[in-house]
Design a protein around this ligand. Sequence first.
Ligand code: ZN
Ligand code: FE
Length: 252
Amino acid sequence: MIEIRMFPARDDNYGLLVHDTVSGATASIDAPDEEAILDALEETGWRLTDVFVTHHHYDHVEAVPALKAKFGARITASAHDVSRVPAVDRTVHDGDRIALGDTAVEVIGVPGHTLGHVAYRIGGEVFVGDTLFSLGCGRLFEGSPGQMWESLRRLRALPPQTRVWCGHEYTEANGRFAATIEPGNPDLAARLVEVRDLRLEGRPTLPTTIGRELATNPFLRADQPAVKAALDMEGRSDVDVFAEIRARKDRF
Ligand code: ZN
Ligand code: FE
């Protein structure tokens, strides 16, 4: 069994600790913020054994050297990023199966935001870094729209009850954009109310679920006839529609 601790880090990142209750092994998903991670370790009493890096951006790896020095944590990152993530001990590829103590962890290659981006799936939980956000997706800094669309298709094929843990609290701003794409989507309208209320109380909007994002996230819905019609893109390919939604969000 695993337990998960999520906590705010930096300006709008989330820190995440995953703890295997049988072995005691504990992984930090990315390493955004040394102070916040040390506080969470102290509050939980868990001892850090691993860091699972999703991608090389600074706000996800800044604390890697400190965590390695303090705890001897083993640093796992995409083979693609071995030269741009500090102190990597183990490289992984799409489809690899690794372990956190007694718990199986599946590596899913999700290029798009960066070319080396990976997600980590542990049972009914998936840690997606900056690939998928609630009501949004990561910017295409390195990959093509086709790569990102394929990555999102792989994530959305996970069981709908899968809980999705994202790298940032971007949901409210994403929601303002999503409403411009599908103003008539009732599931989206309900989610926007829920998100507003959560944020007014200072609470996180995450984790979300694959099922909820399938119903509300315009980037996962680029193949839906209603979305194509709303964009006047009937008959265009799913990737073209995805690229158009991403381009509009970049200008929004
Ligand atoms: Zn990033
Ligand atoms: Fe980030």
